[in-house]
Design a protein around this ligand. Structure first.
Ligand SMILES: [Zn+2]
Ligand SMILES: [Zn+2]
Length: 305
């Protein structure tokens, strides 16, 4: 897929997040109701947890709105980093959620489970599994298309919720068959806690790496180099620097050209190179090209300096 139209990205990203938020409000109401009617403390606790879902959704919406702002005088690289910060925060929230699930599970195991769950509580948990897993797939698809880090983080939050509802469903469902099986809830919840904390770690770490200007992956760097080398007039290439700014990538590169050509010709080669990379590689926002004569002794001393 070539560069998707930037103007279409924001509405799509905002839409999937709003849908997630509305569904979350619906799920919370359903869980509270089902928890009260079905006498399930686990479901009510689950609903209280869901407040963190709403905070995540709201953060993502604010981040998307700010990051969609165009480049201006004081933000020459755009506002994309706001989205990365949001991804970082969503990851942290998820970490707290995971720790909460773990503590709750341990607590239940120590103190014992005292609720007598009913069918409506099981239905609420099952609904939550299906809906949240669907939300995960929908959101992760849009996050791939928009290359949005905050949507990716929120998608993983949805999936974590689906997993924690599996624990609730097993606990509630198990208890309906045999009261002793209620222990399934805290046991599975412990596994879910580990999964959620691990997911949170991945999300925050990835956001952190982008915030400290880690270069894009080797595959994308190779793509850029391959594209650059096929441009007529480009003899050599070095000091390829890349970084993420939100959903976009900024590229700096030095190219070597024939020392005898004119400045105009050199500039034309640089422009061709820039346009070709923009066309060939996904999610590139800008390519800054430094042109120098082939064999310049200073140029090749250190590749990355
Ligand atoms: Zn959640
Ligand atoms: Zn150079």
């Amino acid at each position: 897929m070539l560069n998707s139209d930037k103007s279409q990205k924001y509405p799509k990203a905002r839409r999937v997040t709003w849908i997630g938020l509305i569904i979350n409000v619906g799920l919370i109401s359903f869980k509270v109701l089902a928890g009260i009617l079905g006498h399930s403390a686990a479901l009510i606790a689950d609903a209280v947890h869901s407040v963190s879902d709403l905070i995540s959704d709201a953060l993502v919406l604010v981040g998307l709105k700010i990051s969609a702002r165009p480049i201006d005088e004081t933000h020459p690289y755009g506002h994309g980093r706001v989205e990365t910060i949001v991804a970082f925060l969503v990851g942290l929230i998820l970490g707290l959620v995971g720790i909460g699930i773990g503590f709750k599970a341990i607590n239940i195991m120590i103190q014992g489970v005292s609720y007598t769950p009913r069918l409506i509580a099981l239905l609420a948990a099952l609904t939550s599994i299906v809906v949240k897993e669907w939300l995960y797939h929908y959101t992760i698809r849009v996050s791939r298309w928009t290359n949005s880090p905050s949507l990716r983080a929120n998608a993983w939050h949805h999936r974590s919720d689906a997993f924690s509802s599996i624990a609730t469903a097993l606990g509630v469902g198990g208890a309906m068959l045999n009261p002793q099986w209620v222990i399934l809830d805290p046991l599975v919840a412990c596994l879910v806690a580990v999964f959620v904390v691990e997911t949170s770690g991945k999300i925050t770490w990835r956001a952190f790496l982008e915030l400290v200007d880690t270069s894009v992956n080797q595959e994308t760097r190779d793509q850029i180099e391959q594209a650059a080398k096929t441009v007529p007039g480009v003899i050599g290439l070095h000091k390829l620097k890349t970084r993420h700014v939100g959903s976009e990538i900024f590229v700096d590169v030095h190219i070597e050209v024939d020392p005898q050509i004119t400045v105009t010709e050199g500039h034309n080669i640089a422009t061709r190179l820039k346009n070709f990379i923009l066309q060939q590689v996904n999610n590139i926002a800008e390519v800054t090209v430094h042109v120098e004569p082939e064999g310049d002794s200073l140029s090749q001393v250190k590749q990355y300096l």
